[in-house]
Every structure is written in structure tokens, then in C-alpha cells.
Design a protein around this ligand. Structure first.
Ligand code: SF4
Length: 472
């Protein structure tokens, strides 16, 4: 029996758990004779039978038993957050290893937890998952999951993940597919390491395993739902780490030109649903416009991985500008701070909005001094970099204290420190009890106080931004 079980943090009054005498502070040990491992495992076990046998432990150590007629539904308990599994690999381009020193501890946690891959779309190399864990994924039908393949060639993969035992990623992928698990996959492309023939081999071998095949060895099994490629991200903090060539604008341009037509071919062969995906950064680094809507999966399946974010923003903007709501920006004088890669697109959009609504919104690209100038994404901007950019902008306006009536920062740059890990903020989280903060611990309130101007998060689109600006 699993001696520890899972801590119950709350019990819904009148629920089956309440009627059984379960109280907050008890530990749920077993369901139908099986040890309860974590939240996901609880959900699986509780759904298996109409009548469920429970074993729980009260705080003084005594064991209690109960039986509930739950019809496969939950019994009305909230369980404690699962302990995050820590990664023991050393990937050559691991972002955590390239973080500047001095940030809060939770930002250095290398989590590689297949449960988070299922729940939140975090990518896992599967390097920390043994066969027993893969079998659990199959049994509990944790599908789809998100897998960082990086290279199917064993020798190259060993070089990338820094672990001799983790070259054969296809063995693990195949075990999961055989068990009916689908997956979204990604490759972080580093020039000279896993591009060229390595990338082509990876594409070919994953395409052979694509989802929804009706014939051949993979018919009726799990499948690869999508494969994205993302250019490697390097910071200015790589002391003591292997040398890696970055993706400059020329390389990104050549990559986008070479693979854009191939993406379209795969889409056609996949019945119209995009399967091969190119991250936005290929286009922004190359100075190219992002492709149209058809280039991206109908479900925006790898949006969180930076695939299609710009196109989706533009799509939303197009609709928004036609709505009367856009006039809510009339007369507003707002500075939007963002990463260098998104600033040109945002400025074009704001120019259209200003023409339509009579507003004065403009975007400024913020240089990332904390991570280095090669880091141009909005999500990694620190409070001090945003503050500096706003001060430079005010100086350029002759230190006029009323040069703007609000400053907007990217929501993606805010996190909520939950203790062991950080979480990205979700809409409404700005009003949560734990104040969201930037990577360098500065809060929105502190930035606003230092600048003497209201500072609001951008939200995901112009409608959300308008809502966030309304109180100011
Ligand atoms: S698996 Fe992820 S967290 Fe672990 S070293 Fe590789 S990139 Fe870093």
C-alpha cells in the first residue's frame, strides 16, 4: 500500500466524501484497493466503478474505510498540488541553464513532468519517464501529450539531451503510440546540430507515425498529431555550456523559404489539417510577414509553443476593428511595451486602430538587457527592462509627465510564484491574492509607482486590453 497517499485540502459540504467522514487534512490512501498516487491518478481511479471503496488516514494516523455510490464521479474533495518531477538531463540548449543569476529559486526548477505535459501542454523529452511511467500514461489515457523529440537519430539525440541512455526516443514514442496515446511533438532547431539531414530524417520518421491513418502499421493506434520546429533560443548567459550556433536572420529567412512550401504539401497530404508547423519566430527573425490562417492548425494546436500567435492576434484584430467596441479606445494615449520581435506587427495594428478610433496608441520595442539582446520575445522581459524603456520614451517626450495616460506591458511577462514553480498568469489572475510579478520579482504595482503612470497587462488581444484599460 502507498503509505503516503494524497493530502485532502478541502471537502465539499454534503458531498459523498463529507458523508463518509472525510475531512480536510486526511490523506486519501487507496481507491478500490489501488494506491492513490496524485491528482490525475485519483481522477482515473474514481471514474472506474459506480461503487467505490476508499481507504483514508486521519491526522492521528488511524486508518478509516468507506464505500460510496459515486457512479464514476468525483466524491467532492480537492487534493493537494502534486510535487513537480525534476528533470535530470542536461540538454545543450536548456533555457533554465542559460538564465541570468539572482532570480527567484522557482525559476531555476527544471521540471520535466509528463503529467504537466498532459495537463498544461508542457513539452517533455520523456527522458525522465521510465517504462512504468509510460505504461501509466497509457493506462490512464493521458492523451494527447507533448513531446520534445529534437532528433530521431540516436547519436544526435544523445548529444542534445546529454544522456547516453536517451538516444532512442522512437522506442518510447512507439510504446506510447502502441498504447493508443496521441502526441504533439516539437524540435528545437540548432544550426549544425539537428538541422539538415537530421531534421529531414526526424520529419520523415514522425510523419510515418502520423495520427488517423487507416492503413499500414500505425492504423488504429495512437499517432503524431503535429510536429513543430522552433529556432533555438540562446541568451547571453552560456558560460561553461557547449557552444551552439544561434539562428540569425539569414538562417531564419532561408529556413522559412525552404520549409513553408513543404508545410503546405504536408497539409494537403494530411487531409487539409496542418501537421508540420513553423514557429512565428522563423518569420519575425527573418523580417517576413507571418503566413495566413490556413498555415496553422484549425485548433491552433501549438499556440502555447509560439506557433500562430501573431496570426491569431491579427485575425482577432481584423474582426475587432469592425466592431463599435473599437471606439472605446478613442482619445486614449497609451504606450505598449513589447519584445523586439512583435513590435513591428503591433505598431502596424495600432496604426489601423488609431485611424479607426481616433486613439493615440503606439508600441515600443524593449531591449532585453537581462537575458541579452538576442532574446526578443515579450515573455522574457524583466521589470527593470520595461522600466528603462518607459523612461527612455518619456525622455524622448521632453520628460512630459502626461506623455501617456497608461503603459501596457505584455501579460506573458508576468508569472505567479506558486512556491516550487511559477505559473503564467491567466486572465483575471492580476486580481488574485498572490500578486503576479516579472521574472526579476518586480510587481505591476511597483513598476507603476516607479513610473508614476498606471501600468496594465495587455491581455491576449485588443478587446482584453480595452477591458484592462477601462479603470484608468
Ligand atoms: S529536459 Fe527540459 S528541463 Fe531538462 S535539461 Fe532538457 S530542456 Fe532543460
Amino acid at each position: 500500500m502507498n503509505k503516503n497517499g494524497v493530502l485532502i485540502i478541502s471537502v465539499e459540504p454534503g458531498s459523498l466524501a463529507d458523508q463518509t467522514g472525510i475531512q480536510p487534512g486526511d490523506r486519501l490512501l487507496e481507491i478500490n484497493g489501488e494506491p492513490v498516487l496524485d491528482q490525475l491518478n485519483y481522477q482515473f481511479l474514481i471514474s472506474q466503478r459506480d461503487v467505490t471503496k476508499l481507504v483514508f488516514q486521519i491526522p492521528d494516523g488511524h486508518i478509516r474505510k468507506g464505500k460510496v455510490e459515486n457512479g464514476g464521479d468525483g466524491i467532492g474533495v480537492d487534493l493537494a498540488q502534486d510535487k513537480v518531477k525534476v528533470c535530470r538531463q542536461n540538454c545543450v540548449f536548456c533555457f533554465i541553464l542559460q538564465m541570468p543569476k539572482g532570480f527567484r529559486k522557482s525559476l531555476y526548477l527544471k521540471d520535466e513532468d509528463i503529467r504537466l505535459s498532459f495537463l498544461y501542454g508542457h513539452f517533455s523529452t520523456l527522458s525522465s519517464s521510465d517504462d512504468a511511467e509510460l505504461d501509466r500514461v497509457i493506462r490512464e489515457r493521458l492523451s494527447p501529450i507533448h513531446v520534445s523529440v529534437h532528433a530521431t537519430d540516436p547519436e544526435v539525440r544523445v548529444k542534445i539531451v546529454g544522456n547516453k541512455k536517451e538516444g532512442d526516443i522512437l522506442r518510447k514514442v512507439d510504446r506510447l503510440l502502441e498504447g493508443g496515446v496521441d502526441m504533439h511533438t516539437q524540435v528545437v532547431v540548432a544550426p549544425g546540430l539537428n538541422d539538415d539531414w537530421v531534421w529531414e530524417k526526424t520529419v520523415r520518421e514522425l510523419w510515418e507515425r502520423r495520427a488517423y491513418q487507416t492503413e499500414g502499421p500505425w492504423a488504429g493506434k495512437g499517432g503524431i498529431l503535429s510536429l513543430s520546429c522552433v529556432p533555438v533560443g540562446l541568451t547571453a548567459h552560456r558560460e561553461g555550456l557547449p557552444e551552439i550556433t544561434g539562428v540569425g536572420s539569414g538562417y531564419a529567412h532561408a529556413w522559412a523559404q525552404r520549409w513553408t512550401p513543404v508545410v503546405r504539401k504536408f497539409t494537403k497530404a494530411n487531409g487539409g489539417e496542418p501537421w508540420l508547423l513553423l514557429a512565428d519566430e522563423w518569420f519575425t527573425r527573418a523580417g517576413l510577414d507571418v503566413p495566413g490562417r490556413n498555415f496553422y492548425s484549425s485548433s491552433w494546436s501549438q499556440l502555447e509553443n509560439g506557433v500562430g500567435m501573431i496570426r491569431r492576434f491579427l485575425e482577432h484584430t481584423r474582426g475587432f476593428l469592425k466592431r463599435p467596441m473599437a471606439m472605446g479606445f478613442a482619445g486614449r494615449k497609451v504606450l505598449l511595451l513589447t519584445g523586439a520581435s512583435f513590435a513591428p506587427v503591433l505598431n502596424d495594428t495600432l496604426a489601423q486602430l488609431n485611424r479607426r478610433a481616433g486613439s493615440h496608441l503606439r508600441a515600443a520595442a524593449v531591449q532585453n538587457f537581462s537575458f541579452g539582446e538576442t532574446v526578443t520575445v515579450a515573455g522574457l522581459l524583466c521589470g527593470k527592462d520595461l522600466k528603462y524603456a518607459a523612461e527612455v520614451d518619456r525622455k524622448a517626450h521632453n520628460n512630459d509627465p502626461h506623455w501617456v495616460d497608461a503603459i501596457v506591458i505584455p501579460s506573458a511577462a508576468l508569472r505567479i510564484d506558486t512556491g516550487p514553480t511559477d505559473q503564467y498568469t491567466v486572465p483575471g489572475a492580476e486580481r488574485s491574492q498572490v500578486p503576479p510579478m516579472f521574472l526579476d520579482d518586480m510587481t505591476l504595482a511597483e513598476l507603476s509607482r516607479d513610473l508614476g503612470v498606471p501600468v496594465v497587462p495587455s491581455g491576449e488581444n485588443l478587446a482584453q486590453l480595452l477591458g484592462n484599460l477601462q479603470p484608468y
